[in-house]
Design a binder for this molecule. Structure first.
Ligand code: SF4
Ligand code: SF4
Length: 112
């Protein structure tokens, strides 16, 4: 026991201070997809390729909506790859825990 204590004091702390100190994801990390409403043309291509089907598009009389649920998103990046308008970008954000499912849905709208 004393040996372990001595060794620990000698090597110091080897772990990060997360979550007290934010841990930035590395370059190329595929995190939370973000929809950019100013660029989206509501073409629906991302809806077609999303493997778990968590992107949905809808049209009502007065508006079009595109919704993405982070529940079930596998962060594959297919939506970003197919979007010709650069309207969906995977970010480095990975802290997506929530108590409410509704908080994990992002929606963009376009008035008709
Ligand atoms: S995010 Fe891109 S692919 Fe998806 S509907 Fe908008 S423009 Fe089309
Ligand atoms: S990253 Fe993959 S799973 Fe997530 S919304 Fe885009 S296509 Fe769907």
């Amino acid at each position: 026991m004393l040996d372990i204590l001595k060794k620990t004091l000698k090597t110091g702390c080897q772990t990060t201070k997360y979550p007290d100190v934010p841990d930035v994801a590395p370059e190329g990390f595929r995190g939370m997809p973000q929809l950019l409403s100013d660029k989206c043309t509501f073409c629906g291509e991302c809806v077609k390729v999303c493997p778990p089907g968590v992107i949905t598009i809808a049209e009502k009389s007065h508006e079009k909506t595109l919704a993405l649920s982070y529940c079930g998103c596998i962060f594959c990046g297919r939506c970003e790859e197919v979007c010709q308008s650069d309207a969906v970008k995977l970010t480095q954000e990975y802290e997506l825990a929530s108590l409410a499912k509704e908080d994990l849905i992002t929606i963009i709208r376009r008035k008709l």
